[in-house]
Design a protein around this ligand. Structure first.
Ligand code: HEC
Ligand code: HEC
Length: 321
């Protein structure tokens, strides 16, 4: 039962009892007066003698007192037992509403959450309506020219930073910093392609709004979106665009990671099996790879995140560039 309903029942009950008492008193007053009796105020009347006071009456009052003490004790115990569950329920409810707000912020346009208007922020314009990733064309003042970059998908972003970059405690901290401060070419705080959002860094959003967005992202991790339950794609280009392009550029144009042009991948790894092995294991700082590669530890391992078939497909795509 909702707490309001309980409160209403108590108040209406009290009103009915009160009205009944008043009616009874009024009824007695208006009853025909009997013979006049001398009225002695209670305080002036003789008190009950000991044999009355120390009778059942005392016992009854003591029993009543004990019963009420037990009732209060039980009430507090029951209230206390319920409290943890009630708090947990509230936490879940608040999280649910936060996720709803985050989802509304993510999408373009306006929506309502719990009756309040929420203005969309259009993360969807760049990251895709279904968080599937996309492209962004923007003016890069450092190069004085327009650039088009791949925008990462966001349904696997927490797993991507299972091992967060140095300086960050966990994936959430790094993702939060990215949303707060923006990021370009992997550098946080350079907000040309991924804008800065926090009002702490000159953006439009409050801490609560950013927390809502992070809660929303967390709630959709590992869900496949509209093609939920579908087989993982074996289209090498699609796998590349989604997983590799954020570092290696669209079409392998290069970025944080080297470019793949003119069959450079096949020059680096004459044997395709070595290429596959490298993509599975990633690079390590100071460890050379391929014909002339020098690892910096910047290339993440893909084993476990992509299936063997997907890795082969994306490697074949890289070799075809
Ligand atoms: C103008 C296009 C654009 C908009 C709008 C945008 N983003 Fe981004 N976002 C990017 C790009 C580009 C990157 C990749 C930047 C990089 O790593 O150099 C990125 C990266 C991210 C990342 C890190 C992903 C990863 O794999 O490293 C998160 C999380 C993120 N954005 C969340 C958001 C949220 C939440 C919003 C809405 C408030 C938003 N973005 C709006 C372009 C955009
Ligand atoms: C977080 C950024 C990042 C992502 C994402 C990434 N790479 Fe890399 N990759 C690098 C870096 C950086 C290097 C250069 C090696 C180094 O610095 O250790 C590299 C090197 C490579 C090389 C060797 C290229 C050469 O010519 O030396 C191949 C092949 C490669 N990556 C394939 C992939 C594939 C396939 C994916 C997607 C499944 C991928 N990478 C995703 C950062 C990344």
């Amino acid at each position: 039962m909702r707490p309001e309903a309980v409160a209403y029942i108590i108040v209406i009950g009290a009103l009915i009892v009160g009205a009944a008492v008043l009616l009874r008193v009024a009824g007695r007053r208006s009853a025909a007066p009997g013979p006049k009796v001398e009225k002695v105020p209670a305080a002036l009347r003789p008190g009950d003698p000991d044999d009355v006071l120390e009778s059942d009456r005392l016992g009854k009052i003591q029993w009543l007192g004990a019963a009420m003490s037990i009732a209060f004790a039980a009430f507090i115990a029951i209230y206390w037992l319920q409290e943890a569950g009630r708090m947990r329920g509230k936490e879940e409810l608040f999280l649910e509403i936060s996720v709803e707000r985050g989802a509304a912020y993510y999408q373009a346009g306006e929506g309502t959450v719990e009756g309040a208007a929420v203005v969309g922020l259009d993360c969807a314009r760049c990251h895709g309506k279904d968080l599937e990733g996309g492209e962004n064309t923007f003016f890069d003042p450092t190069q004085g020219a327009q650039r088009t970059v791949a925008v990462p998908e966001l349904r696997g972003v927490f797993a991507r930073y299972d091992t967060p970059p140095p300086g960050y405690g966990d994936a959430e901290e790094y993702i939060l910093a990215t949303i707060e401060r923006g990021r370009t070419d992997g550098i946080i705080g350079v907000p040309y392609d991924m804008p800065n959002w926090s009002n702490k860094y000159g953006g439009p959003l409050t801490e609560q709004q950013i927390a809502d967005l992070v809660n929303f992202l967390k709630s959709v991790q590992g869900t496949g979106g509209e093609d939920d339950g579908a087989e993982p794609t074996l289209d090498g280009k699609a796998i590349f665009d989604q997983n590799c392009a954020p570092c290696h550029g669209i079409g392998g144009a290069g970025g944080v990671g080297p470019a793949f042009v003119g069959g450079s991948a096949a020059t680096q790894f004459p044997d395709i099996e070595d290429h596959i092995e490298f993509v599975k294991m990633g690079s390590q700082r100071g460890v050379p790879y391929g014909t002339s590669g020098q690892g910096t530890g910047g290339m993440p391992p893909w084993q476990g995140r992509l299936t063997d078939e997907q890795i082969r497909a994306v490697v074949e795509y890289e070799r075809s560039l």
